[in-house]
Design a protein around this ligand. Structure first.
Ligand code: ADP
Ligand code: MG
Length: 353
């Protein structure tokens, strides 16, 4: 049976970060926190941008994390504050949680986690809570601060409401509910945030979600450098464009091979149905997809669908705009892994000039 998140008693005075957070909480709300919840960020070692295609990935958690201090009350209100002044306070009724994906403020990521648990519990009324969030993961730098925040919020919402869920369930709920902010991620980030263990990377596989240890070489040191160029995934369409490209490629490849393409969404499903090797998949891509730009019209024609169906069934809200009008085949030559280079040879949308 999958394990539940561990609960530990820690001497606050022996931990500077907890001590500082406790003081910030007391200053903000005039009471001491009842408990703390923490979720780590991650670095991915192998398998960039293939989780949403259904393929296995190899991430490991990092020490940087989202930490939250929490109290519970019966006001049915959720009070949110942050130790970083640029993240403003926010208060919302627990009975009326809306996530504005056109305006991806920090508290909406938190509320994704709350909403995910609420929906899992059957839209039950949630207890009120006060939280102060403290993050040490550089935001929008690719170390998954957003998922750590969503996971931390899901974890503490479960605790506030006296529920108990195992780590796999929490990871799946968090992967699903982070999509409320608009990014159509594949689930790696939330899975490693919950399933990580010290001293080991994890091979994460999907359908069903499972994680197995990949021992790191004794004494190995991983250096993560930050170029300090931020990419806010929910505020831009870059991330979703890649997801959508792979989705369209899935449909085209499946249709070309006479599969029931309507129900297939991920490249891994096409490979499984065809029982094809990666080499055979590469040949299929080269045979079916042409390297010149695809227009929306051509995609619709190839698939036999209307523009409306393209928008509702295949594109995400932030890839609907005319700006993503042209589609081109894109071949990833850098080939981080054979699997990745195969999968990135897919249909790519390009901004219309
Ligand atoms: P990442 O690669 O870090 O996941 P994203 O663009 O997906 O980048 O998410 C970054 C967003 O997550 C930030 O814009 C902010 O809204 C939220 N976030 C990250 N760290 C914190 C934090 N410490 N406190 C509040 N929100 C945070
Ligand atoms: Mg993110």
């Amino acid at each position: 049976m999958a394990a539940h998140p561990p609960k530990t008693k820690i001497l606050i005075s022996a931990n500077k970060r907890l001590q500082n957070l406790k003081e910030a909480f007391e200053k903000k709300y005039g009471e001491a926190p009842l408990f703390y919840a923490q979720a780590p960020g991650r670095v991915n070692l192998i398998g960039e941008h293939i989780d949403y295609c259904g393929y296995a990935v190899l991430p490991m958690a990092i020490e940087q994390s989202i930490l939250a201090a929490v109290t519970v009350n019966d006001s049915k209100k959720i009070y949110l504050a942050n130790t970083e002044p640029k993240y403003k306070d926010f208060t919302v009724s627990s009975e009326d949680i809306e996530i504005d994906k056109d305006n991806p403020q920090w508290y909406y990521y938190f509320l994704c986690g709350v909403k995910g648990i609420q929906e899992h519990l059957g839209k039950v009324p949630l207890s009120g809570m006060k939280c102060v969030v403290d993050g040490t993961i550089p935001a929008s730098s690719g170390l998954s601060s957003s998922s750590a925040l969503v996971c931390c919020a899901a974890l503490l919402t479960m605790e506030v409401n006296h529920k108990s869920l195992n780590k796999v369930a929490l990871a799946e709920i968090s992967a699903k509910c982070e999509r409320y902010i608009g990014t159509e991620g594949g689930g790696m980030d939330q899975s490693i945030s919950f399933l990580a263990e010290e001293g080991t990377a994890k091979l994460i596989e999907f359908h069903p979600l499972r994680a197995s240890d990949v021992r790191l070489p004794e004494g190995a040191v991983f250096v993560i450098s930050n170029c300090c160029v931020e990419m806010n995934k929910a505020a831009t369409s870059h991330f979703n464009i890649r997801v959508v490209e792979c989705r369209i490629a899935t449909k085209m490849l499946a249709k070309a091979r006479g599969l029931e393409w309507g129900r297939l969404l991920k490249l891994s499903q096409v490979q499984t149905e065809l029982e094809a090797s990666l080499e055979e998949m590469l040949r299929l891509v080269a045979e079916v997809l042409h390297p010149e730009p695809y227009s929306r019209e051509e995609v619709c024609k190839v698939l036999g669908i209307t523009t409306e169906q393209l928008c509702t069934d295949l594109l995400s809200p932030n890839t609907h705009a005319d700006g993503a009008g042209k589609l081109v085949v894109y071949t990833n030559q850098c080939g981080r892994s054979r699997q990745a280079s195969c999968l990135h040879q897919s249909v790519r949308t390009e901004p219309a000039s």
